[in-house]
Design a protein around this ligand. Structure first.
Ligand SMILES: O=P(O)(O)OC[C@H]1O[C@H](O)[C@H](O)[C@@H](O)[C@@H]1O
Length: 564
């Protein structure tokens, strides 16, 4: 890793000095919760979530058990794996799937982490159902989405295999979770019990990451060896500046406090989804009490003039891979005075060490801020609002009618607190609220397609170029279990654009009075409600029946709105 902090180096050095004087490294490994928080209850919570520090060592003992399980699954004739869950329970498999070429002896893998009916249908149609192993991954065993996914596909398998449906199902959950009993009752093939003291976003190197990785054909033994190498480098003794995780964490904490709080990730194509994992780790751990680091992933990389003074750029790539376009741009950004961090891996197996490095760094940055990195107090706000809306659905058969749109133009309805006579007017008034150091967040409750991705990137590009704002984008409901914490708990600097759509081809949930589409609509409406409760600036765009067409209409109205 190289860190070029420019004018901020002195402040980083001073903080490192202070941490050394306090014997930070030793206290960190002794799980001294007073490094983060002073309240006794909060300290207890910190101590109870430090299991990730040594989980790679623990998991080394479990490698033979996992590899034997993989052999058993293959011998039973399974041809595909679907991992189903939200947030920390599925982020690592998403990264593995994109970063590694599947080896010849690995099984193809899909990940389902959305209630979007279009995506559920796509997965259902793409996999050989009877020969597919479904992994329901939920630490708490109470998260609504994975339980719904499990029910839906279990029901489908019952239709194909009757009482033998459970053979196709595996659970990964915490010991004692309510889901353990349910999975046993349904005859699940296997239940992997994870560790209560390892939180979701710190669980990549536990069963949550490693069981899917092994099925996909990745050498989990080697990945753990590399993780343990980093663990030793971040070890209990020695100065902070010789400790890769601690040094990174102090730097990120100090830079954020100096206003460089938008951690902008630049990666080669095969590492794009590392951004999803980092987003969850960093945003959910640090985005609270009005503080935090905003991870910015997947944003088009531009010339220095486009950026404000709120960025730190992090390049993660490969030693042997030139990735010239990105590296040249990052070099120009550093030249222009932006802080730049570079991390070069040898190959994707080094992700094991990077997971560990970033987990340490995130915990350390949280110590700089004086917050508990292991809770997510504001995620609950959206869940509670969604639950109330789902109660209405169960009682009245549908979601309550919301407010009227400010404008409807070309089939797109605009809902926001500001007013205007037409779409461009409303967009102009909405974006006029932006201040330097603010960010745009796009919340896409849509089916992911290449065309939708292109339109979202175009929206970001225009806002970046005209307003010099950092831009982030996430698919809902995935981001609710990730960056959603920062949106409500972090500083009030976000402008939120929520994109929703009709679900003409909805899917009914078996044994329930509602569909995936209604559930998803309730999640969008619930989070919007939560954002309003925190006085956030929001614009909801309901795109009608065709998301791609609706987005094109919005993009057509945007340039005039962004002219200043
Ligand atoms: O693994 P689970 O208990 O199902 O939780 C899945 C995710 O949902 C929650 O909303 C949390 O905010 C995330 O940190 C967590 O990773």
């Amino acid at each position: 890793m190289t860190l070029q902090a420019g004018q901020y180096q002195a402040a980083i050095d001073a903080k490192i000095q202070e941490f050394n004087t306090r014997n930070f490294t030793e206290s960190f490994w002794q799980k001294d919760a007073s490094l983060w928080v002073q309240d006794e209850k909060a300290q207890q919570s910190v101590r109870s979530f430090m299991g990730w520090l040594r989980v790679a060592e623990t998991m080394q003992q479990a490698v033979p058990e996992i590899e034997q399980f993989v052999q058993e699954v293959k011998a039973a004739g399974f041809k595909h794996v679907v991992v189903m869950g939200m947030g920390g329970s599925t982020m690592a498999p998403i990264v593995f799937k994109e970063s590694f070429e599947r080896s010849a002896d690995g099984l193809p893998m899909s990940v389902l982490d959305t209630t979007d009916p279009g995506t559920v249908r796509q997965i259902e149609e793409a996999v050989p159902l009877a020969d597919t192993l479904f992994i329901v991954a939920s630490k708490s065993g109470t998260t609504a989405e994975p339980l719904a996914f499990g029910d839906y596909f279990y029901h489908r398998l019952r239709e194909l295999k009757g009482d033998k449906a459970g053979e196709n199902f595996v659970a990964i959950t915490d010991p004692g979770s309510a889901f353990v009993a349910a999975a046993q009752a349904q005859g699940y093939r296997r239940i992997f019990l994870n560790f209560a003291e390892v939180g979701g976003r710190f669980s990549a190197l536990s069963y949550f990451g490693l069981v899917p990785a092994a099925l996909y054909g990745i050498s989990i033994e080697e990945m753990l060896t590399r993780a343990i190498g980093m663990m030793r480098a971040c070890g209990a003794y020695g100065a902070v500046e010789q400790n890769p995780g601690l040094e990174l964490g102090v730097a990120l904490g100090v830079l954020a406090e100096a206003g460089r709080d938008k951690l902008t990730l630049v990666v080669p194509g095969s590492l794009n989804d590392l951004g999803l994992w980092l987003e969850q780790l960093i945003a959910e751990s640090t985005g609270k009490e009005g503080k935090g680091i905003l991870p910015v992933a997947g944003e088009p990389v531009r010339e220095p003039a486009v950026y404000g003074q709120d960025r730190v750029f992090v390049y993660v790539g490969y030693q042997g891979q030139p990735d010239e376009a990105n590296r040249a741009k990052v070099a120009a950004l550093q030249q222009a005075g932006h802080p730049v961090i570079q991390i070069l891996m040898n190959d994707p197996l080094d992700l094991g060490q990077e997971f560990f490095r970033w987990e340490v760094a995130t915990a350390v940055a949280s110590a700089v801020f004086g917050i508990n990195p292991f809770d997510q107090p504001n995620v609950q706000a959206a869940k509670t609002a969604t639950d109330s809306l789902m109660k209405v659905v169960q009682e009245q058969g549908q979601l309550p009618q919301g407010e009227a749109p400010k404008v409807t133009e070309n089939g797109v309805a605009y809902y926001t607190a500001v007013s205007g006579n037409d779409a461009t007017d409303v967009l102009r008034a909405f974006f006029a609220q932006a201040q330097p150091g603010n960010f745009l967040n796009i919340q896409a409750y849509l089916t992911e397609t290449p065309a939708v991705n292109d339109s979202l990137q175009e929206l970001r590009r225009q806002v970046q170029e005209q307003l010099h704002l950092a831009t982030t984008s996430g698919y809902g409901p995935r981001f609710l279990h990730s960056t959603g914490q920062y949106h409500k708990g972090g500083p009030d600097t976000g402008l939120f654009v929520q994109l929703t759509v009709d679900h003409p081809q909805d899917i009914q949930l078996p044994g329930r009075s509602y569909s995936f589409g209604t559930f998803k609509n309730a999640q969008a409406a619930g989070d919007l409600q939560a954002l309003h409760d925190y006085n956030r600036r929001t614009l909801r765009l309901h795109l009608g029946a065709d998301a791609e067409l609706g987005l094109r209409q919005v993009l057509a109205a945007l340039p005039a709105a962004l002219q200043r």
